[in-house]
Write a protein that binds this ligand. Structure first.
Ligand code: URA
Length: 209
C-alpha cells in the first residue's frame, strides 16, 4: 500500500493556519503555498539515491555524497498545482516541469482533462505530481493514470490539504504512489469543498473570483 506522510512539522502547521484565513491576501497566500511545497519537497525527496564522489577540500582529498543524477519531473495539475512549482523548483532546480490540465465538471464533480504536455523522456523520470487540494481524488487519480500510460513508474503525489475521502480513493486507485499531505482535514461538503479547508485554492493563488 502507498506510504502516506502527514506533515506534522510546526512550520507547515503554522503556514497552513495562515492560508486557511479568509483575510490572507493573494501575495501572502501564494508565498505560503510555495513555502509549504518546498518543505513537503524536502520530505518527498528523502529517498533520492546518492553516490560517492572524490573531491579536494582546502585541507585534504575526501569522499562526499552527491545526488546520483536521477532525472526528476514536477507535474502540476492545472491550475492550482502551479502555485506549488516555485517551492519545488527551489529544492530540485534541474527537474523538468510538465503540465496536466483538469477541471471539475460542476454538476458531476468528475475530472475532465483538457491539456497534457510532458517532458519527452517522462518515462525515465521520478515524478512529483503536485496539487494543493486533494478533494475527491478524481483529478489526482486521472492525472496519475495519464502518467502511467506514458510509462512513468516512480510517482509521488504532494498536496497541501486532503479530505479523508480523496486520500482513501487515491490510495485505492494507485497503491504504488506515495502521498505527502500537509494537513488531513475533516471532510468534503456537499459542494465538493474540503472542510475546514481554505476555499478555492486556484482562485486564491491567482486572485480570481
Ligand atoms: N479544490 C479547491 O480548490 N478547494 C477545495 O476545497 C476542494 C477542491
Amino acid at each position: 500500500m502507498a506510504k502516506v506522510t502527514i506533515m506534522e512539522h510546526p512550520l507547515i502547521r503554522h503556514k497552513i493556519g495562515i492560508i486557511r484565513e479568509t483575510q490572507t491576501g493573494t501575495r501572502d497566500f501564494r508565498e505560503m503555498i510555495s513555502e509549504i511545497a518546498m518543505l513537503e519537497c524536502y520530505e518527498a525527496t528523502r529517498d533520492l539515491k546518492l553516490e560517492d564522489v572524490e573531491i579536494d577540500t582546502p585541507i585534504t582529498r575526501t569522499t562526499v555524497k552527491r545526488l546520483a543524477g536521477k532525472k526528476l519531473a514536477i507535474i502540476p495539475i492545472l491550475r492550482a498545482g502551479l502555485g506549488m512549482v516555485p517551492g519545488m523548483e527551489t529544492l530540485i532546480p534541474s527537474a523538468k516541469v510538465g503540465h496536466i490540465g483538469m477541471y471539475r465538471d460542476p454538476e458531476t464533480l468528475a475530472p475532465v482533462e483538457y491539456y497534457c504536455k510532458l517532458p519527452a523522456d517522462i518515462e525515465e523520470r521520478d515524478v512529483f505530481v503536485v496539487d494543493p487540494m486533494l478533494a475527491t481524488g478524481g483529478s489526482a487519480i486521472d492525472a496519475i493514470n495519464q502518467l502511467k500510460k506514458h510509462g512513468c513508474k516512480n510517482i509521488r503525489f504532494l498536496c497541501i490539504i486532503a479530505a479523508p475521502e480523496g486520500l482513501e480513493n487515491l490510495q485505492k486507485a494507485h497503491p504504488d504512489v506515495d502521498i505527502i499531505v500537509g494537513s488531513l482535514d475533516e471532510k468534503l461538503n456537499e459542494h465538493g469543498y474540503i472542510v475546514p479547508g481554505l476555499g478555492d485554492a486556484g482562485d486564491r493563488i491567482f486572485g480570481t473570483k
